[in-house]
Design a protein around this ligand. Structure first.
Ligand code: MD3
Ligand code: FE
Length: 211
């Protein structure tokens, strides 16, 4: 706050969050073709949390590292535990989109080595969590939303902190850096709806520098 009681954007809950509405729309066809190829090589699957529950979101990865969870915990792995093969390489379209988004908001040397692919069907959700398995929290995470819209929840630095919610639509790209990087966040249960290209599903790509 300044002397006059004005709140600076840098001090609000949304500091470090930059929403690029529709930023992925121009690449939609290529992104979806590349996504299909990845899912053919590394199928979407419902991973199990350390406490033993199957996640409602189905996941896979591309890039050098992939995020995985099982009874042993959350971590990044070089091999897909389902196929025992390396994750599919990151398509040029994915890399270019994520780097263009990062550059647009001032991250000139974002080199993601992991892309987590989340698939939500009606009712799928992601509880409030922090992303803490990456090495360097000064690196942003770039997210790309495709398909059915979802209500995203964004909180504080403790799980119990109050949250605000906003919708994420097909083509939206968000860069999460700075003060946003370690905030709790989640996705409310997906409402039934249909998207022309993706049917009843929502796909979220998150680009990370994990290693
Ligand atoms: C804010 N995915 O994969 S994307 C995740 O829509 C995850 O599937 C959600 O949370 C999804 O970990 C949200 C937006 C997002 C991603 C990572 C973040 C927001 C973030 C990391 C830190 C802060
Ligand atoms: Fe997350």
């Amino acid at each position: 706050m300044d002397l006059f009681g004005n709140i600076k954007p840098a001090e609000t809950a949304l500091a470090g969050v930059i929403l690029l509405k529709g930023f992925a729309l121009k690449d939609e066809a290529t992104l979806l073709a590349d996504l299909t190829s990845i899912i053919t090589q590394a199928p979407l699957r419902h991973m199990v949390t350390p406490s033993g529950f199957a996640m409602s979101v189905a996941m896979t990865n591309c890039g050098e590292l992939g995020w995985v969870t099982d009874r042993q915990g959350y971590r990044y792995a070089h091999l897909d535990p389902l196929t025992h093969k390396p994750w599919p390489s990151m398509p040029a379209s994915f890399l270019a989109l994520s780097q263009a988004a990062a550059l647009t908001v001032g991250y000139a040397d974002f080199i993601p080595d992991a892309c987590l692919i989340n698939r939500y069907l009606t009712g799928a959700r992601m509880g409030l969590h922090q992303d803490k398995n990456e090495r360097d929290f000064t690196q942003p995470i770039v997210s790309v939303s495709l398909g059915v819209p979802a209500m995203f929840q964004f909180g504080g630095f403790k799980r119990a902190d109050k949250t605000l919610s906003f919708p994420l639509y097909h083509g939206d790209v968000v860069v999460w850096g700075g003060d946003a990087r370690l905030r709790y966040h989640g996705v409310l249960p997906l409402k039934a709806s249909t998207h022309p290209a993706l049917g009843e599903s929502r796909i979220n790509l998150t680009f990370r520098k994990a290693g």
